[in-house]
Design a protein around this ligand. Structure first.
Ligand SMILES: Nc1ncnc2c1ncn2[C@@H]1O[C@H](COP(=O)(O)OP(=O)(O)OP(=O)(O)O)[C@@H](O)[C@H]1O
Length: 292
């Protein structure tokens, strides 16, 4: 786990941009950092990836494979997009042909129309942003850090970016991104932090609207069986418990729902229903998995 402890940052003798930042980024997390212009979002991301040193405090547990998309991507003068990706892939340990193939694949997914062979400096902001994103994904990152990644991307690439984020998290990597729009945060992140006056504050766990947020589990007593009592409220991820007739209704963070279901089945409860806020099909699949 990547951990910032009491991180403070000031440039030269200037004001403190960050103060006493404590932040954990666990594998599989998708976290947003939200703040107004100049609040220190980019500074925090640069510290997370190791490009900038904190003035005070420490960062530990940084993984070795990091993909980083800066807020401004300045391409080298003459090199083409595909040439740049091939070069970057080789630096990251791929063979030339593998790097080129991976670069091709990523640019195709991002629908970079034209410009593959054009000098990077001639690309529009949105096209350059796609190349920046592709370079961050040349090798599957353990930590993907994206500074305002949606800015400049066309609508078709928005969905692809969301897919990339999901893919990194699904493979156990962590994703941290910044944006100043709440809607983006709520759609794409599973947890978020705000920056204001140099302070970074957790806004709690998953958002109600996020694709993988909370799950409602309804447990019943099977006919002819006496279930074993469980103190549901102390189980990890359980945020609400209620009694409804003979049923127990639990609200559980998505990442803990499998464990809670397993506990229920082991204590002879029957699962009446599982409803995810959005990703309902996979929740139902989990019930089948667990019940086997
Ligand atoms: N290399 C630097 N040298 C001096 N000051 C800097 C440097 N980088 C950032 N700053 C200052 O630190 C503060 C925070 O900047 P930062 O870029 O981290 O904010 P931000 O939240 O990402 O802003 P934006 O949303 O506009 O991109 C600003 O006042 C900025 O001027």
């Amino acid at each position: 786990m990547l951990r910032c402890e009491a991180v403070g940052k000031r440039y030269g003798g200037g004001r403190w941009v960050l103060r006493d930042v404590n932040m954990d980024v666990a594998m599989g997390d998708v976290l947003a950092v939200v703040g107004s212009n100049g609040s220190g979002k980019s500074t925090l991301l640069r510290i997370l990836v190791g490009l900038s040193q904190p003035t005070t405090g420490s960062v530990s547990g940084r993984p070795s494979r990091i993909g980083y998309v800066p807020d401004r991507f300045t391409g080298h003068d003459r090199i083409s997009a595909i040439g740049y990706l091939t070069h970057m892939g080789r630096i990251r340990g791929l063979s030339g042909s593998a790097a080129r193939a991976r670069g091709h694949h990523l640019l195709e997914r991002l629908s970079l129309v034209g410009g593959w062979e054009a000098p990077l400096r001639t690309l529009s902001k949105g096209k350059a942003q796609k190349v920046a994103l592709a370079q961050a994904l040349l090798v599957q990152p353990e930590l993907l850090v994206l500074d305002e990644p949606w800015s400049g991307l066309d609508a078709s690439a928005h969905g692809v970016l969301a897919e990339f984020i999901d893919e990194v998290a699904a493979q156990g990597g962590a994703v941290v991104f910044t944006d100043h729009r709440e809607a983006i945060t709520e759609t794409h992140a599973r947890g978020s932090y705000t920056i204001s006056d140099g302070r970074v504050t957790s806004r709690g766990g998953r958002h109600a609207g996020s694709r993988t947020s909370m799950v409602e589990l309804v447990l019943t007593v099977p006919p002819g069986v006496m279930p074993i009592a469980v103190n549901w409220s102390v189980l990890p991820g359980v945020t609400e418990t209620a009694q409804r007739g003979g049923e127990v209704v639990l609200r559980v963070a998505r990442e803990h729902s499998d464990a809670v279901l397993l506990t229920a089945l082991q204590h002879r409860w029957s699962v009446a229903s599982v409803a995810g806020t959005a990703d309902e099909r996979s929740c139902r699949a989990d019930v089948r998995e667990t019940a086997r």
